[in-house]
Design a protein around this ligand. Sequence first.
Ligand code: NAI
Length: 353
Amino acid sequence: MSIFDASGHEQVVFCHDPESGLRAIIAVYSTALGPALGGTRFYPYASEEEALTDVLHLSEGMAYKNAIAGLDHGGGKAVIWGDPGVDKTEALLRAYGRFVESLGGRYVTACDVGTYVEDMDHVARETRHVSGRSPESGGAGDSSILTAFGVFQAMRAAAQHRWGAVDLAGRTVGVAGLGKVGRHLIPHLLEAGADVVACDVDPAAIGRTAANHPQVRLVADADELIASGIHIYAPCAMGGVLNESTLKTLDAEIVCGAANNQLAEPEVAVELERAGVLYCPDYVVNSGGVIQVADEYDGAFDFKRAERRTLGIFATTARILERAKGEGTTPVAAANAIAEERIAAVGRLQRLR
Ligand code: NAI
């Protein structure tokens, strides 16, 4: 997308607060389903152009994620341009919160790369339109427990589609990334009787996994992981991991993981299909996080209610895979179509209210 092409977006706001040094961009892609919801990324972009390109792309993605998760939220996202380790201060976060407030609820923010629950606590001192706060401040806290639960549900749906049964017993699952989501996913897999192979670049994450789950086979890196006879590949670290090179060595029949933006290029979805790999769209699989964040914003957070909604990822994934099969298209194309249909149908009703 060209940086000058924000024509699909409802609103793009450039925020500048010289006193705190805040430079941020808030992008509202769509409010057709409700207030645009999406996190704030705090990242040292090389240029404002790069920050703008990222926020336009991410906010559009959130419209699809929120729509397919069945939420009454449109898609939005924000980026703060800076180094979180150096530039993040209470003053900056509060200045940012005032910009969010100035949009009057059209945009609701939460955590993303480089922002944490304690940051949202600061933002919340300036605006009500924030979620992902700490439990001490009345928020739901870390969303990775439900994100991992949702990944597990999507995996069961994919197993049913591919092998005719949700059962993961005897299947080997490769988990790349043992951070917040990966570490919560592993107990679900072990409990389901799966064999787990895993890797991480961080020795502390490896050590923690070895201590807590000695039955997990740890390998050096993701290259070794994907070629180690796994049935399911669960990318739970960085984006862009599905590319031409990984396609050559990927053993798995199913890819289903939490990482955002797993496809290096959109065309990789077609390549995976051709190679007989069932790819579960990342934004569907990892929507447990935003389901939690929406639950916190829409009312007093109720873990059980959010968990029940996250359980719905099983049915959503099954529906997407069935539709893709029926229409001879990729699961990504099927998921996008379902999201667009909901935005068109329900968005029209919303405006009538
Ligand atoms: P995290 O930062 O807690 O964990 C990521 C882990 O991946 C770290 O342990 C890191 O050392 C490891 N890692 C980094 N590069 C790696 C590589 N090349 N190979 C193997 N491991 C590597 O992040 P978190 O929260 O677990 O998120 C994981 C992914 O899921 C991210 O892409 C995130 O955007 C996505 N996601 C997370 C949600 C959440 O609720 N935490 C919600 C939706 C998406």
